[in-house]
Design a protein around this ligand. Structure first.
Ligand SMILES: Nc1nc2c(ncn2[C@@H]2O[C@H](COP(=O)(O)OP(=O)(O)OP(=O)(O)O)[C@@H](O)[C@H]2O)c(=O)[nH]1
Length: 204
């Protein structure tokens, strides 16, 4: 798992964290930048609310995929075929504009001796989603985390998402979806495994 941290060194050391007051002052600055008055009554509590909301929206920096994925079970009754958890909803934020990415993740693996608790797969999506992200990085991180901790025969991750930076601002194209995939192991080497993943994701 060290490799994951090395490849994706996103977590801020606690010593570099601003104080609550610094965070609230920064929000007041942005309110003024937007053209509003942080001293007006309706905005007085907003900096504290935003600082609190950021802790929640970016809680992924506080969480470690290794802890979550470390809890595995012995293979269940000889089951060794694909396990797919699809349509896992998530909210993330793009690292370019800090506005939402709204999407769904589909995550599959081929067990090799051990299986994961299903909720742990959704938790890994949360861990990487609740950070500033690009969709490509998030897709790769989820696959890599499962691959390195569980050592399954293969991992497949597909993310479909709408980027609010393309909808609310800039080019302003609402409703477009970006799809990204990462395949490891048998999903990479066996076209049949990859095709089955795609058809299971698409089968509604
Ligand atoms: N590859 C990738 N690009 C992203 C993602 N989220 C946002 N972007 C893009 O990041 C790019 C940043 O482009 P810049 O030209 O530096 O910034 P900008 O002037 O705000 O760009 P516009 O959005 O075109 O107005 C934009 O094209 C965004 O669409 C992502 O998850 N993956």
């Amino acid at each position: 798992m060290d490799a994951i941290v090395k490849n994706f060194p996103q977590t801020t050391p606690e010593s570099n964290r601003p104080t609550q007051k610094e965070a609230e002052d920064a929000v007041r600055t942005l309110l003024r930048w937007a053209g509003d008055d942080p001293a007006r009554e309706g905005l007085l509590d907003t900096p504290a609310r935003v600082a609190k909301a950021y802790r929640e929206l970016f809680a992924g920096y506080e969480m470690d995929a290794e802890d979550v994925l470390g809890r595995t079970f012995e293979e269940v009754a000889g089951y060794d075929d694909m396990v797919l958890v699809k349509d896992i909803p998530f909210f993330s934020h793009c690292e370019h504009h800090m506005v939402p990415i709204i999407g769904k993740a589909h995550v599959a693996y081929m067990p090799e001796g051990r299986v994961l608790g299903l909720s742990k797969i959704a938790r890994v999506v949360e861990i990487y989603g609740r950070r500033l992200q690009t969709q490509e990085t998030m897709t790769a991180q989820i696959a890599k985390a499962i691959d390195e901790t569980l050592r399954p025969r293969g991992v497949a991750v597909m993310i479909e998402a709408e980027h609010m930076c393309m909808a609310m601002r800039g080019v302003q194209k609402q409703g477009s979806t970006t799809l990204t995939t990462t395949f490891t192991g048998s999903f990479k080497t066996e076209p049949a495994d990859q095709a089955r993943f795609m058809s299971m994701v698409r089968g509604r």
